[in-house]
Design a protein around this ligand. Structure first.
Ligand SMILES: [Zn+2]
Length: 424
């Protein structure tokens, strides 16, 4: 419990006012803005439609590479990867000369706003879909933190809560399912009803967004499910702040096949086998729905070859950007020591691979949709309160979501206007 009234806390150089109502931040994985508008227009999401109409709805920019972990960590720290250090799922550790996963908290270089509020006495809860994010989001957090994926094994000692399946009242979902995200929302509602955390962070999985385009039946059903849970959190009096880690685009040719540029194969052909190393930061243990294909890659190669390779790649159809390490890290606010010598970003409908032989696409049961590039950078920032105005902000980022939720919203709930109520 808090010993004295704290008005604000400062984390990573940003100030956050203490909440008067519970604040729930939802990161909807892969939520291209279109998903919200199309589901609302189809009448599937009455609550979200109301937020789009009467709440505060912005378009903002996520972090590039537009991948899950760099963005989730930016959202909970309030700063870009240059500060917090997490710039992918996977990277080449130059010091260790090894390709490693980046989901261990020892790679995190900044504390989270969640942990800081908990340290100051707030009750904080975090629920993620996949377990890969749990350790990073829950780093040094005194509170509740568990994943839907490993909900059955949650314990008070490890996760701040046990018997999660009984609390939520849902069977343990498959890691590749819409139910994994539904479990996150259901858990969030139960936690709000039973424990009323001051600050809660819910992070879903983009299984549906990888398969279904905005406005499709599969997508609308997912948003309809989400809509019901969000309305219940609102009814509990929570301030709701919804954003996304990245957007999502079709990455296919006209015939529906994946539109891939295999960079390692090209470089082996141009320079000789093994002279350059291509790293795809999207690489993680859960590759079924995207085959480890995204629109961002980084290349390690000799200094003497960089300019020539850069020029050659930049000429290719489907390549948007080829930048040197320093240029890329300045432009996208990335940690230079965890990026290669070149950074390659592909176009809206193109993904980057290593070698044909290294990508198992047999699990792709729908035309490829993926992310990672600048073309997936636009994301929603949606709130169930009116904004009190955000001065001097030329470009809103998804990692401003806590700042807006805590510092820039009017305290009163939005109401249906008399005219609108009369129309119903
Ligand atoms: Zn994601």
């Amino acid at each position: 419990m808090r010993l004295k009234a704290i008005e604000a806390i400062v984390v990573n150089g940003r100030s956050y006012r203490w909440m008067s109502d519970p604040v729930v931040v939802v990161c909807v994985d892969g939520c291209e803005y279109d998903y919200l508008e199309r589901a609302a227009a189809a009448g599937c999401t009455p609550y979200l439609a109301r937020l789009l109409r009467e709440g505060t709805a912005f378009k903002g920019d996520c972090v590039v590479p537009s991948f899950t972990n760099p963005n989730n960590l930016s959202i909970v720290t309030g700063v870009p990867p240059a500060v917090h250090g997490i710039c992918g799922n996977y990277f080449y550790d130059r010091e260790a000369d090894a390709e490693v996963m980046m989901n261990d908290p020892r790679y995190l270089r900044a504390g989270t706003v969640l942990a800081a509020f908990a340290d100051a006495g707030a009750r904080v809860a975090v629920v993620t879909a996949k377990d890969k994010l749990r350790a990073l989001l829950g780093h040094e957090l005194k509170g509740i933190c568990f994943s839907a994926e490993k909900a059955a094994g949650a314990t008070v000692a490890e996760n701040g809560i046990g018997d999660v399946l009984a609390l939520v009242g849902m069977p343990l979902p498959s890691v590749y399912s819409a139910a994994l995200s539904e479990f996150v929302f259901a858990a969030g509602v139960k936690l709000m009803e039973t424990q009323r955390p001051d600050l809660m962070y819910l992070s879903t999985t983009d299984y549906i967004q990888h398969k279904f385009a905005p406005g499709s039946d599969g997508a609308n059903a997912f948003y309809a499910m989400m809509d019901g849970y969000l309305a219940r959190l609102d009814a509990e009096g929570a301030v709701l702040a919804l954003t996304a880690d990245h957007g999502m685009n079709a990455k296919t040719r006209a015939d529906g096949s994946p539109n891939v540029i295999y960079l390692q194969d090209l470089l082996d052909e141009w320079l000789g086998a093994g002279r350059a190393r291509v790293i795809l930061p999207i690489t993680d243990p859960y590759v079924v729905h995207h085959g480890a294909l995204g629109s961002f890659a980084t290349i390690y190669l000799d200094a003497a070859e960089r300019e020539a390779i850069r020029a050659r790649l930049a000429q290719m159809d489907g390549i948007d950007l080829v930048l040197l390490n320093a240029e890329a890290c300045a432009r996208f606010e990335l940690p230079p020591d965890r990026m290669g010598d070149l950074v390659v970003v592909s176009g809206r409908h193109v993904v980057l691979g290593t070698s044909v032989a290294r990508h198992d696409l047999s699990g792709l049961d729908a035309p490829l949709r993926s992310h990672g590039g600048v073309s997936e950078q636009t994301v929603p920032l949606l709130f169930n309160r009116r904004s009190a105005g955000i001065a001097g902000r030329a470009r809103l980022r998804n990692f401003d979501v806590l700042d807006v939720a805590l510092n820039h919203l009017e305290p009163a709930k939005i109401h249906r206007s008399a005219a609108r109520t009369a129309q119903r």
